[in-house]
Write a protein that binds this ligand. Sequence first.
Ligand code: GAP
Length: 431
Amino acid sequence: MNQLDKIVALCKRRGFVYQSAEIYGGLNGVYDFGPLGTLLKRNIRDAWVQSIFTTQNNILFLEGALLGSHAMWEASGHTQNFSDPLVDCTNCKRRFRADEIDLEKVCTVCGKKAWTDIRQFQLMFQTQVGAATDSSSIAYLRPETAQSIFVQFKNIMSTNRVKIPFGIAQIGKAFRNEITPKQFLFRMREFEQMELEWFCKPEKVDEYFPLWVKSREQFYEHLGINKQHIKLREHDKKELAHYSARTTDIEYEFPFGWKELEGIADRGNFDLKQHSKHSGKDLSVYDDETKQSYIPHVIECSVGVDRLFLTLLCDAYTEDTIDGEKRTVLKFSSKIAPIKAAFLPLVKKLSDPIHTIYQTIAGRGYMVEFDESGSIGKRYRRQDEIGTPLCFTYDFESADDNCITVRNRDTTKQERISIEKIEEYIQASLA
Ligand code: GAP
């Protein structure tokens, strides 16, 4: 089994991620997140929000609709440009993204060379809104969260006390009918984005762009991702998206190679200009200093929650041998670990006192677990596999010395601390 297959298996075994509608054979490129996956996603979102605020504090949030009108996606350029090159093998009928295979060679599935011409495949999911089925009822599931930020830009500015420069951020679902969804959560058909659009004066773009790149890099460091597996890559002119004047990707070295984790783009004033033109509404702002109106420029930072989820799993996944026994560990940083600590009685008959301690800590808002079933070794292994940084074990001496043993997930070293110090200990690990 390769590392990605092992991660997929662990995700299912421990309740992080399930194939959507698995009992019906699954839906390709669509996943459900289980109890632990839900907690991990929540920690990712919280960490992202915190990180953008520590870079700039004048940021507002939006929760835009998932469905968007034809007019909106026409103006944004997506109906015309948001496509991937598609090619079919006429022999085995498989479909491929033409930019991902060598058309000079035979089909990797059937070994024949029988390619169709390349054609552009629209990635947006189209649907019909309402009972009428004419062209006016066409709508799309959004392929990026950014557009609702642009179309609500004027409303947000006029109903909130903000001045350029400021940011609008959004976390939410996006949908793309990817030709070949693959590599688990890397390329999905339904996924979640965290996007920040930073509006500034055109002459300030060169100042803010590197600032955001730096801040985004620091975010991944803060999440505990190995620096060796992160690098920046500037887009060539010919690979730039239709809206972008400049893009820097933050890439991660996945088990299947270096790939984009986050894109930071200078979108210029492309989007606001397009929406101004198509809607007939003035989206410019007035500059008190120059006494002139202008359309703000935008720097965008965009990362997928799910892609970051996969990145964190790949980075944390470790197999090691402790005292001759093999184990699998997710070495998550405490900040994003779904469960911060586990409370375990050494044997079942010691359950009551440690259950009371567990309830006290849980009641103070910590995401913690209590587990009394199976041998203590087995329970440690389970916590290692889900990335719990600390295990507190109540043993036969605990009632007498009012102390508990705390085990560190990564080193497996144990130390004895006073029961009163448990919360302090957890706090220190989260700092
Ligand atoms: N608004 C800009 C935009 O959407 P993008 O590079 O197409 O740019 C931004 O997407 C981020 O969204 C990517 O860096 C990636 O993290 C995530 N993403 C894009 N497509 C995805 C997919 N099919 N599955 C999972 N995540 C995806």
